[in-house]
Design a protein. Structure first.
Lengths: 346, 346
DNA sequence: TTGAAAGCGCTAACAC
DNA sequence: GTGTTAGCGCTTTCAA
């Protein structure tokens, strides 16, 4: 007996009705005490609380949801559960919902609009009370459509509507700061490993790069631009391409830290020193960038705060008053992969 | 109108009853078609399917759950949603449940038994059909207790019971392999940065380190042992401690990649070359270790597979036959941070 | 094969 | 204040 097969769950579930009987009150009274919906005599409250403790009663959230339509569950559409970048946002969301009693259902969209839409549908079938979309490629119109059914908060996009809030960081300015930093160090030939083509963040960072050059009256040589894809391997390939083509440059701006990390390895392979031969700056400031050798200069994105902000904002929209969380601006974090351009070429 | 306040969700929900009416059949028939519970006349099936499509009907999972007790939701207790190590397992779990229609509720235990227990309780209140525990510090007895109510799969622990399956990788052997690799390279003074004290994985890897020395008849000098905590900063501190105390060593085995990464930075700060001056080996083989400079030798843990394995095993326990997934053994991945010990000390 | 009817466990009018 | 009652949307006997 009790060998391999899964045995039936033992304990019979105890219901609100059991509690009511045990405490000699009506089910309605128990419900009222549970939810604080109305005044209840102290004696009954005590009896009910005792009964709950004695019976170890836990209300069935499903029954409640069926009745109220409220599931106390929110949906979170992330892009990849493995991405260190989104992980921070998820942590912020987790913390943001900490005290509210809401659970979150996390689904991954893999930067594919069709998958995302499907994932959102799945969440809606599960009757989530609200939705947080971490970036993604759904059309504005699709998001708006979803928002007719539940409140949504979306990041990295400007989209306000009846039931939608959004938060967008200034990626353009980030790209500008990164480039300006390099320019300030005397670099005039700054390569740029672009992010995934067509994505707004890639584009904005690139535009910042361009504008910084323009303001500094430094021309941008198109050969300095290489396509990356926000991955380390993409960064590696991009850097190799630059090197193989014998492009002259003294600094690189990676569209994100992962690209920069890949580029840094490519440089290492060719025996190029960072920052003496080439300065590198990344974007995102992932935790691991602090432990690169040498530690990497980057643009810090307040991803964690964006997560908390999203959670609190959604809570507000769902009718739970929360103080709005402040999201700091992007910030240049100077470490050791960037230095003044070498005065003389050997 | 339609200004700032959240407007009421527009569409009225369409229920199974609506479908039944629309298709001129009874609700029971609709239910039967939905679940394939019984044979239904082809004509009615057609009518119902049409009605479903026309009305865009989506069954209410909550109502179903209330009736059947099945939520199609599983709980996943991870330790930190931010950890790159667990992220892989989560991805495996996500993929493992891909086709089954189960959603997973992810909660974090932060390596704290009390928090874990609380998180598990929360999951149980939400009536998850099963539970995956990714390591953690709950007592065996507590896990067994939980398992009286729902099937559980737990990783990195040996614990079999009526309603429990577990999977444990051979951390001892991993520690052994890492050390053996270094020993084989001629190193005889191998420092070890230990993991969190008291955790089984830390201990097992350390024991493997010891056994490898013993088998190679190389004595272990206790001064080579330093306490880390599985974090990069912990690894950095541990290495600084070694260096500050002028301990002589030619190689380091970090209890995990993060420790090794921290140690590597400490070495860099002192101008020590890896691997010429000091060889380093990590453990876990995080994706980022491939992009260290130089790329780090490590012990690969099949974390993703463990995640998939857990999902499939749980599915099996819950009555959904799945082929068991094969979890490969730990594996030494030799990269460039380890090399033969320098013949002569300068 | 199909329908009627009785709930699953809870909440919310509505009375008292 | 408190109890009675009628469902929320679905599944599942039980008859037909």
């Amino acid at each position: 007996m009790g060998s391999d097969a899964t045995p039936p769950a033992s304990q019979e579930p105890v219901t609100l009705l059991d509690v009511a009987r045990e405490a000699h009150v009506s089910p309605a009274t128990v419900s009222r005490i549970l939810n604080g919906t109305a005044k209840v005599a102290e004696s009954k409250r005590k009896a009910v609380e005792d009964a709950i403790a004695r019976l170890k009663f836990r209300p069935n959230l499903f029954a409640r949801s069926l009745k109220t339509g409220i599931t106390m569950t929110v949906g979170v559409l992330t892009q990849s559960i493995q991405s260190p970048f989104y992980a921070h946002a998820l942590k912020g969301i987790e913390d943001g919902f900490e005290a509210s009693g809401h659970a979150s259902l996390i689904v991954s969209g893999h930067w594919d609009a069709a998958i995302e839409l499907n994932a959102v549908r799945l969440l809606m079938e599960r009757r989530v009370d609200g939705l947080i979309i971490l970036t993604g490629s759904m059309k504005d119109s699709e998001v708006l459509e979803v928002a007719t059914r539940l409140p949504v908060v979306i990041t990295e996009r400007k989209l306000e509507g009846p039931n939608v809030r959004s938060i967008q960081l200034d990626q353009f300015h980030g790209g500008y700061m990164a480039t300006q930093h390099l320019l300030g160090l005397g670099h005039t030939r700054i390569a740029h490993i672009k992010g995934v083509a067509g994505r707004a963040d890639s584009e904005d960072r690139y535009l910042g790069y361009l504008k910084a050059h323009q303001d500094a009256k430094v021309p941008v040589d198109p050969v300095l631009l290489v396509q990356g894809d926000f991955t380390d391997i993409g960064g590696l390939n991009a850097m190799n391409q630059l090197l193989d083509n014998h492009i002259a440059f003294t600094a690189v701006f990676g569209a994100n830290d992962e690209s920069a990390l890949g580029a840094r390895l490519a440089l290492y392979r060719r025996g190029l020193h960072v920052p003496n031969d080439v300065s590198i700056i990344g974007f995102d400031d992932l935790p691991s960038s602090v432990f690169m050798t040498p530690p990497m200069t980057s643009i810090r994105q307040p991803t964690y705060e964006v997560g908390r902000y999203s959670a609190h904002t959604l809570l507000n929209m769902m009718g739970y008053p929360m103080d709005e969380v402040l999201v700091p601006k992007l910030e240049l974090v100077v470490r050791e992969t960037t230095s003044a351009v070498a005065r003389l070429k050997v």
